[in-house]
Design a binder for this molecule. Structure first.
Ligand code: 9MR
Length: 453
C-alpha cells in the first residue's frame, strides 16, 4: 500500500492535467494547464517524483501566491498548521481548521500532502512545555494518535518526529522534555503513528544531516539502521536541507541520500532553501535526488522569497514579485533532463576502526527529578585521537538504569561499563562525544572514569 502511494499521487496529478486540457479544448474558453514538462510538478511527476512547497493557510487568499502554487506544485506541506501548538492548543482539544484548509486546497487540485510534524521539542503548546515524565509521554502518544487519525487517508507521508538530534560533534540526542521521557520516545511515536494510519509513510525529519561525514548524520543513520533491524515502523527520512554559508550544500549529499536509501527507507528533501538561490546548487540538489531511486521528491520551504522564514537570504525559486528566478529554470531543466535511476549498491554500515593508543576523560551532567534522573556523559579525548572508549560509572544503591543511548552498556546497577557504539568510537584529539542514560532512583555523586583503546 505505502509503496504505491507516490505513484498514485503522480497519476492523479497527470490525470487532472489531461482532463483540464480536454475541457479547455471543448469549451475553447478555458486556458489549458501547462503541459507536462513546463512546470515543476509536472516535470517531477514524469520522473515519478513530486515537487512540493511549504504552504501557509493565511496566504491562500492571496491570488498571486495561489496562482504559482496551483500552477507549479503537486505536493504541499503545511508550514505551521499541523504542528502541536496549532492542532492541540489545549490538552485534549484539537483544532484542525487551518490544516484542513490547506489539505482541502491541495487534494481538490490533485496535490499530495506531507504532514509536518507530530512530535517535536519545539512549537509545543504551553501545557505540553510544562509536562514531563510518563504524563508527557502519554500526552505525546495521544497527540500522535489523534492527529494521525484525523488526517488518515489524506496525508501520504508524516514527519512523525522532527529534529531529535543535537548539533555538533556529539552524535547525541537533543535534550528536550520528550527526550527526558526516555530514549525510546521516538520509536514509541512511530508505533503510535503506524497504528493510527497504516497507509502513510512515516518519516524521521531533521536538518544538518546532509553532510555524510558529520556526526549528526551518522547518528541519525545509526538510529534508522537500528529501527530497521528491530522492526520499528519507519519508512522514510526527511532531509530539510536549509543551505546557507554556515551550513552549505555538501559535495557528498548524494552519498548521504543513497546511503540512507540503502538501509531500506525512502528519502525526501523536505524543506529546501538555499541562501542566494544559486542556480547551480539548486540544480545539483535536484540531480542528486533524481540519481537515487528511493528519493521521492523535493519540497521547497516557501514559494516566493517574501514567503521564506529567511526572506533576507532570498533563498527560493520565485522573487517576492512572483517572477521565476534563474534557480527555477535550473530546477526545471534538471527535472526534465533527469534519467530514470537505478538503485545504487548497498553501502556497508560504517565499521568501528581498530583500537589505537591515547587517553580520555569523562564528565557527567545530571538532570534529577523525584524518583529518577537522566545522566549525560561527555567523553573527551586527550592530546591524541582515540578510536574506542570505555566509561565506568558506579550508581548508588537503589538506582537502576532503564534505558540508554549512544553507548553499549553492561550492568544496570552498581558498577556499570559503557562502551562506544559504531559511530562514536573515534574522537579527535581534544574533541568530545556524548552518551546518556535514564535511571530510577537518585544519581548521588557520579564519578565516571574513562579508558581509551
Ligand atoms: O517556517 C516556519 C516558521 O514560519 C516558524 O515560525 C518556525 C517556528 O519554529 O518554523 C518554521 O519551519 C521550520 C520547520 O517547521 C522545521 N524545520 C525548520 C523550519 C525553519 O525554521
Amino acid at each position: 500500500m505505502r509503496n504505491a502511494t507516490w505513484k498514485a499521487a503522480s497519476r492523479a496529478a497527470l490525470a487532472l492535467t489531461g482532463a483540464g486540457a480536454l475541457a479547455a479544448g471543448m469549451a475553447m474558453v478555458l486556458v489549458a494547464p501547462a503541459a507536462a514538462g513546463t512546470t515543476l510538478g509536472a516535470s517531477a511527476a514524469e520522473k515519478g517524483r513530486y515537487f512540493g512547497a511549504a504552504v501557509a493557510a493565511y496566504k491562500l487568499s492571496d491570488s498571486a501566491y495561489t496562482t504559482i502554487l496551483n500552477r507549479e506544485f503537486n505536493s504541499v506541506t503545511p508550514e505551521n498548521e499541523m504542528k502541536i501548538d496549532a492542532t492541540e492548543p489545549q490538552q485534549g482539544q484539537f483544532s484542525y481548521g487551518q490544516a484542513d484548509q490547506i489539505v482541502n486546497h491541495a487534494r481538490s487540485r490533485g496535490m499530495s500532502v506531507r504532514g509536518h510534524t507530530l512530535a517535536w521539542h519545539s512549537q509545543q503548546p504551553g501545557w505540553m512545555q510544562n509536562m514531563s515524565g510518563s504524563a508527557l509521554r502519554q500526552a505525546m502518544l495521544n497527540h500522535v494518535t489523534q492527529v494521525a487519525t484525523h488526517f488518515r487517508g489524506q496525508v501520504v507521508a508524516w514527519d512523525v518526529v522532527n529534529e531529535a538530534f543535537a548539533d555538533g560533534s556529539s552524535g547525541a540526542r537533543r535534550d528536550s522534555n520528550l527526550q527526558r521521557t526516555g530514549n525510546d520516545w521516538i520509536e514509541a511515536a512511530f508505533r503510535a503513528a503506524r497504528a493510527a494510519d497504516s497507509g502513510a509513510k512515516l518519516c524521521y525529519n531533521d536538518y544538518n544531516t546532509d553532510n555524510w561525514s558529520h556526526a549528526k548524520t551518522q547518528a541519525v543513520y545509526a538510529m534508522v539502521r537500528d529501527f530497521k533491524q528491530r522492526g520499528v515502523p519507519i519508512d522514510c527520512v526527511g532531509f530539510q536541507s536549509h543551505f546557507n554559508s554556515g551550513s552549505p550544500y555538501p559535495s557528498n549529499y548524494r552519498t548521504t541520500l543513497s546511503s540512507f536509501a540503502a538501509l531500506g527507507v525512502d528519502v525526501q528533501i523536505t524543506e529546501l532553501d538555499i541562501e542566494g538561490a544559486s542556480a547551480a546548487t539548486y540544480r545539483s540538489v535536484v540531480e542528486d535526488c533524481l540519481a537515487v531511486a528511493r528519493c521521492n521528491g523535493v519540497t521547497v520551504w516557501g514559494i516566493r522569497d517574501s514567503d521564506s522564514w529567511r526572506a533576507s537570504q532570498t533563498p527560493l525559486l520565485f522573487t517576492s514579485g512572483g517572477a521565476k528566478k534563474p534557480a527555477y529554470d535550473a530546477v526545471l531543466a534538471a527535472l526534465n533532463n533527469g534519467t530514470t535511476p537505478t538503485d545504487p549498491p548497498t553501502t556497508p554500515p560504517p565499521t568501528t576502526p581498530p583500537p589505537g593508543p591515547g587517553g580520555c576523560t569523562a564528565a557527567v551532567a545530571v538532570n534529577q527529578w523525584t524518583g529518577g534522573f537522566v545522566a549525560t556523559v561527555k567523553v573527551t579525548a586527550g592530546s591524541s585521537a582515540i578510536t574506542s572508549w570505555t566509561v565506568t560509572l558506579t550508581l548508588p544503591l537503589g538506582s537502576t538504569v532503564t534505558n540508554a543511548w549512544n553507548a553499549n552498556r553492561s550492568g544496570d546497577t552498581g558498577t556499570t561499563n559503557w562502551t562506544n557504539v559504531a559511530y562514536n568510537g573515534r574522537v579527535g584529539a581534544g574533541q568530545s562525544t556524548e552518551f546518556g542514560f535514564q535511571a530510577n532512583g537518585t544519581a548521588g555523586g557520579l564519578t565516571p572514569t574513562c579508558a581509551a583503546g
